[in-house]
Design a protein around this ligand. Structure first.
Ligand code: ADP
Ligand code: ZN
Ligand code: ZN
Length: 720
């Protein structure tokens, strides 16, 4: 008897056995349709065995092995197995998350376009075909002159698909792989000597697994460097995977890639794509036809049999960490993936994560620094700190910034006013009794959106009308506290009535094309008011001033990663100013100009900042000097969530002094969309010990009924 051991998308850490008539070992990696309870599920064949622990009478048969897509390769299976083991998620769940949605079901998958040729029998058939079969003759005659693509044949005559199909069945016509065009790299710039040097180092490491950190100031031409490396890798007939943080960045980047690599097969993979578009690209990658795969975190799971290089751009970005389901870090998996494939990894950043920076300075990774901007005339922007105790803001904006904006307007240059808060005001409150309008479903206040006259919760999306009076004391004079982009936009429009002001935040952008459209219009604005959407990766030639309004909010967070993120964000904003011919200036409003973070920023000294924060982390026992995981519980009832965690800790396996388990506590955003969230933090100086402990613990957790609580483990968490 043949038993298939199948990974299914169910929350149980095991494989499921099914009987099959005709399967062989060669079927490992194929998708398979099986009955599961009253449902039918698609899973992946993980193993083929001859015996099962399930009794014969209970063993069910597979419905169908789905062989339309080639089996998932061994390296891919190794990657998901690692992911399941390290993040402690059931294999079947990891696989479901790693496959494009289309492949999680049994629907047919569009195969990549093929070319068609005439077979010798087809030639004979053509000779024998009477001229009254006009359409068939036309088709065969066309193919007698040489191969043709399906789309060309379609264009030649409607209905040719049917004829084609019949021709293939008759053995007259054969589908073949289209000819691959050789990708050609188009040089755009004379490289700077620093770039040449960096490429030299990176190139020498391409042949095997090695992690390099390309650490260069914004505008130092990091993209240009990895484009050159990619050209090398393509010339060796290998494939390249590039991970980027933002979905919004992929269309622009894809266009840039098409410009620079003519003839290359370039595929994007993001969650924003339509199901068919996504699976088409995936199949191209899987079949080995794609040369370059460009995508967000989920692209790390694209099967690539000839992988030669992985690039992770803006590697510090928090979006590489998956925040639901299996909570993987795509950056870390990219490294594992390259390790499995024997490929090289380049992490890029102006402000690397402290983890990567630590590995690069301690010799585990290769550190490749770039200290100058690539364009001679583009000096780094001058950063000035404006002390709000000396210059009290008027309606949120200090006088020196208003003057600097006026000067740009007079010179016809562009400015950016940055604040990381959308909406009109972050809170609606009653000045008489102190009541603040909170979200019913989250432990957060609701944000005032004046344009639509609404209150909106930025965590769960709940929207409500603005109340007429305070529900506590009846005071009709409620006030909007604090400032968001909408309010700043209104203030600026009053101060500069003739300026063209454009707000760019996720309220202004609702769709992907919306963003492209908005960025197009942004080129012509005098003043841009924006959130981090604007901070990343866009070039504005005339932009010479960046003003930052609420930078201090990143300084005193309870999250130890907040300062690292604040630095990265400020550096990105600063990087928008003065990219081309015009020198840039950055004004930061702050109450704490002497803060070491700002001092390092002014000196443009991320390395110095990173070293001092790392020293603090070493002292205090935080990552990367310890390894962390959390057990999280979610329930309608906070008492129940905490009780679950306490009892889970009570039943935890034996642990030595090497593992510290902290008392359970509510998360900093304790309630989200009506769900109470609590967690217990675990720390250890030994990753293997922590992993061994988690393995044993999660096994026992899976075996215990959770009673109205949903739980998960988050390894290397970034939310607390
Ligand atoms: P980074 O990714 O380091 O911020 P980019 O690669 O985006 O920098 O480069 C910044 C700008 O400099 C881009 O407009 C790019 O086309 C340009 N650039 C890069 N290298 C060179 C070069 N060697 N000569 C001239 N311009 C360059
Ligand atoms: Zn009140
Ligand atoms: Zn809410």
């Amino acid at each position: 008897m043949i038993i298939l051991r199948v990974a299914l998308d169910v929350p149980l850490p095991k494989l499921f056995d099914y009987r099959s008539e005709d399967a062989t070992r060669a079927d490992v990696g194929y998708r398979v349709l099986v009955p599961f309870g009253k449902r039918r599920l698609v899973g992946v064949i993980w193993d083929v065995a001859t015996k099962s622990k399930v009794t014969d009478s209970r063993l069910r048969s597979v419905e169908k092995i789905l062989r339309d897509v080639a089996p998932l390769p061994r390296e891919w299976l190794a990657l998901v197995e690692f992911c399941s083991g390290y993040y402690h998620g059931p294999l079947g769940e990891v696989i479901a998350a790693a496959l494009p949605p289309r492949l999680r079901g049994a629907k047919s998958v569009p195969l990549p376009p093929r070319d068609y040729v005439l077979t010798p029998i087809g030639r004979d058939a053509l000779a024998a075909t009477p001229s009254r079969h006009r359409r068939l003759r036309a088709l065969l005659e066309r193919l007698a002159r040489g191969r043709a693509s399906g789309s060309e044949l379609d264009a030649q005559a409607t209905g040719s698909r049917n004829l084609l199909k019949r021709g293939i069945e008759a053995g007259w016509i054969a589908p073949i792989e289209p000819e691959r065009s050789e990708p050609r790299f188009i040089h755009a710039h004379e490289l700077t000597s620093e770039q040449e040097h960096a490429i030299g180092i990176l190139r020498s490491r391409l042949e095997k697994f090695r992690v390099s950190l390309l650490f260069g100031v914004t505008g130092s031409g990091k993209t240009e460097i990895y484009l050159h490396l990619i050209a090398d890798v393509l010339a060796r007939n290998k494939q390249v995977l590039i991970l980027v943080p933002e979905i919004a960045l992929t269309p622009a980047l894809e266009a840039a890639f098409r410009d620079r690599f003519s003839g290359a097969c370039i595929v994007t993979q993001t969650s924003a794509m339509a199901e068919l578009e996504r699976v088409r690209g995936w199949v191209l990658a899987h079949s080995g036809r794609a040369d370059i795969v460009l995508g967000t975190r989920l692209a790390v799971f694209t099967p690539l049999a000839r992988l030669g290089l992985v690039v992770v751009d803006e590697e510090q970005d928090a979006s590489f960490k998956q925040r639901e389901g299996v909570r993987y870090s795509a950056r870390d998996l990219a490294i594992t993936r390259a390790h499995i494939a024997g490929a090289s990894v380049v992490l890029c950043s102006a402000t690397p994560s402290l983890e990567s920076f630590h590995h690069a300075t301690s010799g585990k990774y290769e550190l490749v620094p770039l200290t100058r901007r690539a364009i001679d005339r583009a000096a780094l922007p001058a950063i000035h700190l404006i002390d709000t105790r000396v210059h009290p803001p008027q309606e949120g904006i200090v006088r020196p910034l208003l003057e600097a904006l006026a000067a740009r307007l007079a010179r016809g240059e562009q400015s950016l006013v940055f604040l990381n808060r959308r909406g009109y005001a972050p809170a609606l409150a009653c000045p008489a009794c102190g009541w603040v309008k909170g979200c019913r479903r989250c432990s957060a206040s609701m944000v005032v959106h004046l344009a639509v006259q609404w209150l909106r919760c930025h965590h769960c999306g709940l929207a409500e009308g603005i109340p007429r009076a305070c529900p506590e004391c009846g005071n009709p004079d409620l006030q909007a506290f604090g400032r968001g982009t909408q309010r700043v936009e209104i203030t600026l429009a009053e101060k500069f009535p003739h300026a063209r002001i454009l707000r760019v935040d996720s309220d202004a952008v609702r769709t992907r094309t919306g963003l492209e459209d908005l960025l197009e219009r942004a080129i012509h604005a005098d003043i841009l008011v924006g959130t981090q959407i604007l901070a990343k990766g866009h070039h504005f030639e005339r932009l010479t001033l960046a003003g930052v309004l609420n930078a201090d909010s990143g300084l005193f967070s309870s999250d130890y990663r907040a300062s690292e993120r604040a630095f990265a964000q400020l550096q990105q904003v600063a990087g928008r100013a003065g990219r081309a011919n015009l020198p840039g200036e950055v004004l930061i409003q702050t109450r704490y100009p002497e803060h070491p973070l700002y001092q390092a920023l002014v000196r443009n000294d991320y390395a110095g900042f990173a070293k001092s924060v790392l020293a603090e982390r070493r002292e205090a026992g935080f990552p990367p000097f310890v390894f962390e995981a959390v057990l999280r519980a979610e329930s309608r009832d906070s008492v129940r969530a905490l009780r679950f965690l306490r009892s889970a800790i009570g039943r935890a396996p034996q642990r030595g002094a090497s593992i510290t388990v902290f008392d359970p506590a509510p998360m900093s955003l304790a309630r989200l969309a009506g769900v109470e969230r609590a967690q217990a933090l675990l720390q250890s100086r030994s990753r293997p010990r922590l992993q061994a402990f988690l393995r044993e613990w999660s096994d026992s957790l899976y075996r215990t009924p959770a009673q109205g609580v949903r739980w998960h483990l988050d390894v290397d968490p970034i939310e607390f």
